[in-house]
Write a protein that binds this ligand. Structure first.
Ligand SMILES: [Zn+2]
Length: 301
């Protein structure tokens, strides 16, 4: 954003957002869903690039949200620090991990994930990443809030991975450290906030017979279409390896990835809050939560 008046206006709006978001006054959880995207994709977070100030600010915001909804850190710690090298540059990344213990099989975990990093600032342009992936992070917090009130049978790890944009580094680190035998599956959300066509894609069912049966039989409670595709079966770009679900898949852990096909703003400065399609987004969140509940109730064979 180059216009100084616009920046001032945004600064004032951000100030307003700051003073209100900490009190969480909104009663309507759908408003909270959108408010979190607006917050995380505001210029204040400077595009949330790994290792930079805006990324750390976003992390503080996300951890505060988990604390607000009484969701504790995974094994008592919200932060999982890791280092990696990309293009001869060393980075330190920080995954955010929170958990809710299951009521029936607490030793078995479903990992729900949404990366929080994005591209940062290039020149004077902030890449705000509203769809990619403030949309997934806000949904993740919504699920945490819901599951505190409606405890799941399996334990759930809420993973907001860092350094997805630099090469899925946060997810790779997490998968390398966790005992695979205890992970039932991964549900990954990346770009679920924007679809003028009102279509949400789910990828990964075809690799697991239980997931395939669940997704095939899914009764969609919304007007948004849930499509199976982009999975190597339909000639479209195969998204099997496109986001943080990849390391899970390579470790033979079942996964479902949810995302949209509207890539007009993909990695562009126009991926802003104003271009989120709210009706689609709320429906996407409903669909994913509903599928989670089915999986949690039945487990996988
Ligand atoms: Zn993404």
């Amino acid at each position: 954003m180059k216009n100084p008046f616009l920046l001032l206006a945004i600064g004032l709006l951000t100030l307003c957002a700051c003073s209100t978001h900490k009190t969480y006054k909104t009663k309507d959880e759908n408003d909270a869903l959108l408010a979190r995207i607006k917050e995380l994709s505001s210029d204040r977070y400077e595009g949330r690039r790994t290792g930079e100030r805006g990324n750390a600010l976003a992390r503080t915001y996300i951890i505060d949200q988990f604390k607000h909804y009484n969701v504790s850190g995974f094994d008592g710690n919200y932060e999982q620090i890791f280092t990696f090298t990309e293009w001869n540059k060393s980075y330190t990344g920080v995954n955010i991990l929170a958990e809710i213990k299951g009521t029936v099989t607490p030793e078995k975990y479903i990992v729900i994930s949404a990366h929080y990093d994005h591209l940062g600032v290039r020149g004077e342009t902030v890449y705000n990443g509203a769809d990619d992936n403030a949309s997934g992070v806000s949904a993740l917090i919504h699920f945490a809030e819901y599951l505190v009130k409606n405890p799941p049978r399996h334990s759930v790890i809420f993973a907001s991975f860092d350094a997805e944009e630099l090469g899925l580094n946060g997810a790779k680190h997490f998968v390398s450290k966790i005992d695979h035998d205890n992970i039932v599956m991964n549900i990954n959300m990346d770009m679920i906030g924007r679809s003028p066509k009102n279509e949400l894609y789910v990828v990964g069912a075809r690799y697991n017979t239980s997931l395939k049966a669940i997704v095939d039989a899914f009764e969609n409670p919304t007007s948004t279409q849930l499509l199976q595709g982009h999975d190597g079966t339909d000639g479209k770009l195969d998204w099997t390896y496109s986001s943080d679900h990849e390391p899970f898949h390579l470790a033979k852990i079942p996964f479902l990835y949810f995302g949209n096909e509207d890539h007009k703003a993909y990695h562009k400065p126009t991926d802003d809050f104003e271009n989120i399609t709210p009706e689609f987004y709320k429906n996407a969140v409903k669909i994913i939560l509903s599928i989670f509940n089915t999986i949690d109730a039945s487990g996988l064979d």
